[in-house]
Ligand binder design. Sequence first.
Ligand SMILES: [Fe+2]
Length: 314
Amino acid sequence: MSGTSVETIGVTPTGSALGADIQGIDLSGPLSDELLARLIEIWAEHLVLRFPDQSLADEKLLTLTEYFGGQQPSGARKRRQEMGLGEHSKNNPTDPRFNYVTNLDYDGNPSATPRGNGAYELRWHSDNSYVEVPPTATLLWGQKIPVDGSGQTMFCNQILAYEELPVSLKEIIEGKHMIHDGSRNTANMVQVGGKAPKTQADIKGPVHPMVRIHPPTGKRALFLGRRWDYPSTYILEMPGDEGEELMDRLWAHATQEKYVWVQNWTPGDLIMWDNRAVMHRRTAVNPSSPRIMHRALIKGDPVVSAWDNAAAAE
Ligand SMILES: [Fe+2]
């Protein structure tokens, strides 16, 4: 849509704690500097953007990532490829720069237990928080959606969650960090080639601050990442039961319904979310109806710790 301009786009907030619909843009075409700057501004405000009626298969999705900082390979996929493991489905792209999230098995039929995590319910998480420099954002384009709409994606606003965190909890987490569990994937399966951890000492993963700065706004956001049943992600300065209880309280607070918006997918939707300020989860997918999503990650910058940047924080 060569006529796309700042004047012709529409922005409709979801009415929930985050998210907005953007109308009047064809993301497969070129984006002017002015339009891109406006999109980045809108994105900083709403954290999750939905663009309906897009056609963004394969190369087109990769081209789009270039406007937002370029792509980075997914941590789990990179690991599979480094180990010489094949694709989950013979239809999946071998290009390491993007992947399909799908409930199709190797032969292309919908399945309750495909390889990979394309069919299962996924708990709240921030993408790839188990790597040192997680991706800034995720682009997910819905090519095929199950007939019953299952596999909804839910998002929660972690800037708001931090703002409304009781002062007593803010004081407790101030200056603290977490070791993010890299032993299991987002569907709670032990990573290929790995071993299930038995104690906290077995947890391998990067150290991230519990609160990070969201660079576009300078605001603080809770950064909980992902957590499975014990032993999993833990608080570096507070291991053991005390830390577990604190994390229980933080997760319960951060995922309250008042911080959530639910994406009910329509084929052609492109969703962009900001992993620096948003967690997301997915409901289970209908095992007999195909779901094919194209995903690319936007290259991250090192996590900006709220503890190192007191001046930038509130
Ligand atoms: Fe995810």
